[in-house]
Design a protein around this ligand. Sequence first.
Ligand code: N01
Length: 496
Amino acid sequence: MTDTVLIIGAGFAGLGTAIRLKQAGITDIVILERGSQVGGTWRDNTYPGAACDIPSLMYSFSFVPNPDWSRAYSGSAEILAYIDSMVERFDLRPHIHFGANVIGLHYDDESATWTAHTEDGRDFTGRTAVMAAGPLANPDWPDIPGIDGFTGKTIHSARWDHDYDVTDKRVGVIGTGASAVQIVPELVERASSVKVFQRTPGWVLPKPNPPHPHWLNAAFRRRPAVQSAARQALFWLHEVVALGVVWDSVATTAVQGIARAHLRLTVKDKWLRRQLTPDFRIGCKRILMTSDYYPALQQNNCKLITWPMYAISPNGIRTAEGVEHELDCIVFATGFDVSKTGTPFPITGSGGRVLGEEWATGAYAYKSVNVAGFPNLFFTFGPNSGPGHNSVLVYNEAQIDYIVSAIRLMRAEGVRAIDVRKDRQDEFNRDIQRRLESTTWNSGCQSWYLTEDGFNATMYPGFATQYVRQLSRVDLEDYTVALTTSDGGYRTAAST
Ligand code: N01
């Protein structure tokens, strides 16, 4: 029982970890999922227009190829169907406990095990635990005065209410990030009026999205190597883009030039163009990929509001110059409450140390996967694992394979606990923070990548290739290792 692997979350990362564990012959897996369905952020983000801005050939696992993607960039329903299909294809359902909302995770030094407590009073214990809850899980409602007094309908982009019909309604959208730019074009088609409340404009690049022709999907089906080659080609194309997007360089100026030209070509009105021109380097905030947003903003029933919001009134939104914008519905496309400091629920490690306290001013880890003092605990999408230019699933696959290798190694060597060495972790993080200094993310804008103090606990400052390479091998030299002895006790590897 105690060799069980606990996985928290049944989104891409949790299911991917379970698949790779099973493929490695490890089957005592318990997946704890707070929802009643798999899919994580793709289960929750079903707003009109929800889609991925990374090509599907890369926004999928290489070990679960799908030859049938309908187009270059898939919509959320198709992605969710892909995630769902993994459950049956790899017989994961018996491992998943739905409605298991983890509210605490605690390590016991005596038994070297983790116990997850759920909201409904259940406990699940395992030798190892994998955090796969995802960073974009909890909607962020902004702190705008009067928010609770609005008498119309409020909807958050990450919890769309499909029973509410926006047809002929006066809709306000707060936010102009990656979610908003997908929602606005859909709303403009249906609502009587759409007012977009912008605090900061983002850089926009066009996103042509051609359907995959039948012959291409047939080729992928007949020759999986063709699909792998296409995936590789896209991967390297995105790696090249890193030169302009990750580091602040002349290539950044070139990419910014493309975004500026796109704005000039698609937005004719000078005033609107000025309002939509960011004052930060491209890449600093997430680049918005859409060909539909600028045209939607210029429709007769759409208006960009750039006056700061003063308050939400019972009838709408009041802006700083004293205008009240009357609305039937407010859409909050205001993003996610991402834990860059603290943890989503209490996690106590060896000796009762509390991870939330250690991460109070910013999260950090060793290679984004382990944290010293929290033995046998592994993170997916952990600190400093975010890409700005490539598929997050490429990074996620590397994390998963590292975790599976570590668990296999533990079993093969009779290891009861591995705990990453603090000196290795500190050295690693010094290097990460030094390298982040020259990136676009740290070049002076405010984004969800940074804490309020400007600490970047989110992004990986390099190529995807470098990230993958650093996780290609588990070196037990990086860890303090406790081995099980023949009498059932244990000793640290150093004392052998
Ligand atoms: O959220 P965001 P999102 N008053 O945090 C504004 C992923 N994603 O849901 O920029 C006024 O980016 C805020 O303004 P500002 C992707 O990783 C992926 O759009 O802070 N405005 C901003 O405009 C992405 O990065 C896909 O000044 C307020 C917006 O709300 C992440 O999800 C698609 C405010 C929030 O933007 C989050 O994107 C969609 C306030 N008080 C999302 N508070 C893919 O295609 C916030 N805002 C894979």
